[in-house]
Design a protein around this ligand. Structure first.
Ligand SMILES: [Zn+2]
Length: 304
């Protein structure tokens, strides 16, 4: 039976929240996640990995609201991969809102930093038997870490939601990759290292549905779905898992919560198991790596 609508959001405990109550509930949930998992400390210099999409724009806005009153400025760091009609368009659409709210974003490009755009390397990537998404994510992550370090940030907040985390947990299970499972959680990685700026996920316990509703109620501009789908994205296992989870959730409303909560319980054990893995220093860039060259440097070598 469909529930009669008595508010903007229905909690699984059977209570409806009106607009103001939902905004409070959402902001409290994020603040509680940050406190509980010690994601951000008082003197941290905080950057937000900013893609221009709804999740990272909402995170950038909310963290600015929470921290700017205490004098902590939060800056967005963006990477433009150089895909025609894609990232520039999304970032431009967010520009007015960022300006109105006095939020700063720094943009770095593959073109300037690596000397090529992702689009110009797709044939070569295919020849190497790699996927565009894999190459792009490794290079973006590496560049973001490098820039955050150079600019003196010690925390990078990412806008990963509960939905994203549930997908990633299943993905690593299906790929048989417990080492990568160990790196998940609200604080990423198995241990803190000097070379990596700590990544944290303040939206870890928020569903995408909640983030979108908060964005709508706060009049945060949500770019149309089609502008946010990367034209170079292939059909990856992640996309298949996402679609499967959406179907599953229609019948079993709490599955994503259950996946993430189970992972939270197992995660400390996995982190303990893998924390003794010996990292070398990448011969090229000096970042921690399990090989002589880190993944980013070996991809860059192959693509040159
Ligand atoms: Zn390297």
């Amino acid at each position: 039976m469909k529930k009669p609508k008595k508010g903007v959001y229905y909690l699984s405990c059977g209570r409806w929240l009106d607009k103001n109550a939902f905004i409070k509930y959402f902001e409290k949930k994020v603040a509680k996640t940050i406190r509980k998992y010690k994601l951000i400390e008082k003197n941290d210099k905080i950057a937000v990995a900013f893609s221009g999409g709804k999740d990272s724009l909402t995170l950038l806005y909310l963290l600015n609201r929470i921290y700017s009153s205490g004098g902590q400025e939060i800056i967005g760091l963006s990477i433009d991969e150089g895909i025609p009609g894609y990232r520039k368009k999304i970032l431009k659409a967010a520009g007015k809102f960022l300006k109105q709210n006095n939020i700063k974003v720094k943009i770095f490009t593959f073109k300037k930093e690596f000397g090529f755009t992702l689009s110009s390397k797709t044939k070569k990537i295919k020849k190497l038997n790699l996927s565009n998404c894999y190459v792009c994510s490794i290079l973006k992550r590496w560049l973001l870490n490098k820039k955050a370090k150079q600019l003196g940030f010690n925390v990078i907040c990412t806008a990963h939601s509960l939905d994203d985390e549930a997908e990633t947990i299943l993905l690593n299970f299906l790929k048989g990759n417990p080492e990568l499972l160990a790196k998940l959680g609200p604080l990423t990685g198995v241990r803190r290292t000097k070379e990596f700026v700590q990544r944290v996920k303040p939206f870890y316990l928020c569903s995408t549905k909640e983030i979108v509703l908060y964005a709508k109620l706060k009049k945060i501009p949500i770019p149309p779905k089609e502008t946010c789908i990367c034209p170079l994205r292939g059909t990856t296992l992640r996309v298949e898992i996402r679609e499967w989870l959406i179907q599953l959730e229609k019948k079993h409303t709490e599955v994503k919560n259950a996946i993430v909560n189970s992972s939270l319980k197992i995660n400390p054990l996995l982190k303990e198991k893998y924390k003794t893995l010996v990292f070398k220093k990448c011969k090229k860039c000096g970042f921690a790596s399990s090989q002589d060259l880190c993944k980013a440097c070996s991809i860059l070598k192959e693509l040159k």
